[in-house]
Write a protein that binds this ligand. Structure first.
Ligand code: M6R
Length: 355
């Protein structure tokens, strides 16, 4: 049941810290080494293709970035496009289907194509014994528990964390960076909890609920959550929302920006990536758009943003998970203000079983 929550979506957003605890449970062997039952220790894929749809595709984009950073060739593909032009499957290739339900027709079809091409397959899924879990060579569970609301929330967070674990195990690298990442992973559920208790997202959502459109921008690991923030916003508010790579703004989308289109930007830390994003945010502000920064407060962005949504400081790789919780809450409270049917948005189904 929804318990004290008005909607399943809200309940599931609030379940995220426990879902992440469950996702991490017993997945470290000694100290900082990851040990996932689904994959034999020492297995090193030559290359990885991640296939997925919708929210799961955004998780796949994030996973591909992480794997590449750890020296593994990796690409994310929209499952519905994969079968039309599958990339060559070379020896040692692994195709990972990222699918909460394990029943999405396009993802299953991409995985079947991969099997036919001779690739090893892995289902990264929530539902135990789902079709993807049964048909793939191996299944790696995200352990979120049931998700009722059509909008994926806690399962996205669990997908990202599972992809971090997968990238750590399959690259086999240990370094100071790995150690820092592992210790940040163990603190992540508490950070999510704290964010949920302190967020200002309901106020921000109400302030901008009558806007004519919403844009989300991010760079590097923040790019997939810009796409996800926009998807969540459009699917439950029915308002126009789009996500862009921050660097792409001035190649076209900047023409859409007006005083009536708030731009949400995530900036974490104060490195070169952050500074470039801050410069992009300044361009938006100079065009008169309201600017909402989701940030850990390290960069200079909070000095000129119209609103700031704070996230706890954490490892830069994991920060998108916290940014995304703010985006989920923004979408939720905007939709609530507009009186939308939050758990069952029009025209959508939880599991899309036709291609
Ligand atoms: O079950 P799956 O992860 O394969 O579903 C894929 C998409 O249909 C799904 O992520 C969809 O985009 C979300 N429900 C949107 O919130």
């Amino acid at each position: 049941t929804k318990g004290s929550h008005d909607h399943y979506m809200r309940k599931e957003i609030h379940e995220q810290s426990n879902a992440l605890r469950e996702c991490l449970r017993d997945r470290f062997s000694t100290g900082d080494s990851v040990s996932l039952d689904a994959i034999e220790d020492g297995y090193r894929p030559e290359s990885v293709h991640l296939v997925a749809c919708g929210t799961s595709y955004h998780a796949a984009l994030y996973g591909a970035k992480l794997l590449r950073k750890r020296g593994i060739q990796a690409q994310a593909h929209l499952a519905s496009e994969y079968a039309l032009s599958p990339p060559p499957v070379r020896d040692g290739a692994l195709v990972v289907g990222v699918t909460q339900s394990g029943e999405t027709a396009d993802t299953l079809s991409a995985l079947r194509t991969a099997t036919a091409e001779g690739a090893r397959t892995l289902a990264l899924t929530n539902v135990v014994d789902s079709t993807a879990a049964r048909e793939c060579d191996d299944a790696l569970y995200i352990r979120s528990g049931p998700e009722i609301s059509v909008a994926a929330t806690k399962t996205f967070a669990s997908q990202l964390v599972t992809l971090v674990l997968f990238a750590l195990q399959s690259s086999g690298q240990t370094s100071d960076e790995t150690e820092r990442l592992v210790s940040a992973l163990t603190e992540l559920p508490e950070h999510v909890q704290r964010l949920l208790e302190t967020t200002a997202a309901p106020t921000t959502a109400r302030r901008f609920a009558d806007s004519s459109g919403y844009f989300f921008i991010g760079r590097g690991v923040q790019y997939p959550v810009a796409l996800e923030g926009a998807l969540k916003m459009k699917e439950i508010t029915y308002e126009h929302a789009e996500g862009f790579a921050a660097g792409e703004l001035k190649h076209g989308p900047l023409a859409l920006v007006t005083e009536d289109t708030p731009v949400f930007v995530s900036v974490v830390g104060d490195d070169e990536t952050a500074r470039k994003t801050v410069a992009n945010a300044k361009e938006v502000k100079a065009r008169g758009a309201p600017l909402v920064a989701v940030t850990d407060g390290v960069s200079s962005i909070d000095r000129f943003a119209d609103e700031v949504l704070t996230i706890p400081r954490t490892n830069r790789t994991l920060a998108p998970i916290l940014v995304n919780v703010q985006y989920q809450l923004l979408a939720y409270h905007t939709a609530d203000h507009l009186g939308r049917d939050i758990d069952k948005p029009r025209n959508l189904a939880k599991s899309v079983t036709v291609e």
